[in-house]
Design a protein. Structure first.
Length: 133
């Protein structure tokens, strides 16, 4: 793992939350995107090398809607940038971590992604991200 790629924050409404984070970070949202496979709408902010991803459910049955229903709005995951996601998945599986998907899948912001089950990571949902070439 090379660095923290971004921190994901679950929100009820991008329309309400984007202005809040623009004020906090003193920068504008540089990208919004829908990820149909995950039933989520995203908004990205960057300040230096640090990025924040806001996640809004696009469907009441989506994982973000369920997360907010159970835990409320707030930090959802920490994403780490990796050079070779498949090699990193293999390494972590060998170390005993449970991966939530068997193969990398398309995520937001032109990334291949994989999640580690939070039961094995002290309750923190970990996302691996590799830039698509």
């Amino acid at each position: 793992m090379r660095k923290i790629e971004h921190i994901g924050v679950a929100v009820k409404s991008l329309a309400a939350s984007i202005p809040v984070f623009e004020k906090i970070l003193n920068t504008t949202c540089y990208k919004t995107e829908s990820v149909e496979s995950e039933k989520v709408n995203t908004a990205f902010f960057q300040k230096g090398e640090s990025k924040i991803e806001l996640l809004e459910s696009s469907d009441e049955s989506g994982v973000i809607a369920k997360f907010i229903e159970k835990k409320g709005e707030g930090m959802h995951h920490i994403a780490f940038d990796v050079e070779d996601i498949e090699a990193e998945m293999k390494r972590l599986r060998h170390e005993g971590f449970v991966l939530l998907n068997e193969k990398p899948k398309m995520g937001a912001d032109n990334k291949l992604v994989c999640f580690l089950h939070p039961k094995g990571t002290n309750g923190v949902l970990i996302e691996l991200c590799q830039e698509r070439k």
